[in-house]
Write a protein that binds this ligand. Structure first.
Ligand SMILES: NC(=O)c1ccc[n+]([C@@H]2O[C@H](COP(=O)([O-])OP(=O)(O)OC[C@H]3O[C@@H](n4cnc5c(N)ncnc54)[C@H](OP(=O)(O)O)[C@@H]3O)[C@@H](O)[C@H]2O)c1
Length: 288
């Protein structure tokens, strides 16, 4: 297909918001947290089929104006690749709606086949956007070389201590939106207690978290911070109420340390998952 004419799911979602809400690792607490998130004007909720909380997200949004929300979930069960559509339907039944569906990891030997199935979902109109997580530049180049539907987003670990500049630059050049997970670096002291963040937080009279989340927004990334505490949720959403100057963003850029807080996608396909995958295949083969 002509590259220029390739569909990008984002068009079907009128506009992606500047910030979203990460639901992991929360479960029942989401019943109280999500209404707070929505009351702050946040419309993007991020979950996954391996967070064990889709049911709680579904319950929390049941009485909300669901049309105004963008519900993002992920496929994370490579050992059930042959049941891809069933996995999607299971997530959909728990959530009530899925607008954006992401491939959680570039599963070796599988992700290209899985992407074709993601495309089928999108082309059948079952979701408004599809995207990926944890894809590096090599993965993205390969994906763009054969895809019929371009990924709308690449969700990856991104915060001032670990900016993944090569990947985010590549995403920008190719109109793939960067969604930052662990955007607060899980409140790592090297970030939150740094002189730069403290100075800017004093200057603007806002919290360190707001400065860090604003840094994402100034770069055009969508941060998805997680918290089940009302005080922290409201605090985080406050990053929409001010802006940072270019030189201030550059100062925060200077905090890069190459400090990854979460899993490395290259080693994420752990032996545990490989074992699950093999067991699943054997079971399917012998019909149990
Ligand atoms: N695609 C992927 O592979 C992937 C991987 C990891 C995560 N994610 C997504 O990204 C989301 C966020 O990532 P994350 O949970 O790893 O990291 P995070 O959002 O950087 O940090 C969460 C931590 O920060 C604390 N916190 C949040 N706001 C705060 C505030 N204003 N003041 C003080 N503390 C605050 C929370 O504590 P309290 O609970 O006490 O507020 C929690 O301990 C997840 O929920 C998930 O949806 C995606």
């Amino acid at each position: 297909m002509d590259k220029e004419n390739r569909d990008c799911g984002e068009k079907r979602i009128s506009a992606l918001p500047q910030i979203g809400f990460g639901t992991y690792p929360h479960k029942e607490a989401l019943l109280e947290a999500i209404p707070v998130v929505i009351s702050c004007g946040c419309t993007l909720l991020d979950t996954s089929d391996n967070y064990d909380n889709e049911e709680w997200v579904g319950k929390a949004i049941a009485s909300a104006k669901r049309d105004e929300l963008i519900i993002c979930s992920k496929f994370s069960q490579p050992y059930r690749a042959l049941e891809f559509n069933k996995c999607f339907e299971e997530s959909l039944a728990k959530l009530g709606k899925i607008d954006m569906y992401l491939l959680h990891w570039p599963y070796p030997h599988l992700w290209k086949k899985l992407w074709v199935m993601m495309e089928e979902l999108y082309l059948a109109g079952k979701v408004s956007a599809i995207g990926v997580c944890n894809f590096d530049v090599t993965n993205l180049k390969e994906l763009l070389s054969f895809c019929r539907v371009k990924p709308c987003v690449n969700q990856l670990e991104c915060h001032p201590l670990f900016q993944q500049k090569e990947i985010t630059d590549y995403c920008r050049e190719n109109d793939i939106c960067v969604m930052s997970y662990s955007p607060l670096a899980r409140m790592n002291d090297a970030l939150m207690e740094s002189d730069v963040i403290k100075e800017l937080s004093g200057k603007y009279g806002v919290s360190a978290s707001q400065i860090v989340l604003r840094w994402d927004i100034e770069h055009g990334f969508i941060p998805i911070p997680a918290s089940a505490k009302e005080k922290h949720i409201v605090d985080n959403m406050g990053c929409l109420n001010f802006s940072l100057a270019e030189d201030e963003v550059a100062k925060i850029d200077g905090l890069e340390e190459g400090l990854r807080i979460r899993f490395d996608p290259k080693t994420r396909f752990t032996s545990r998952e490989k074992r699950k995958f093999l067991i699943r295949r054997i079971r399917l083969a012998i019909g149990i």
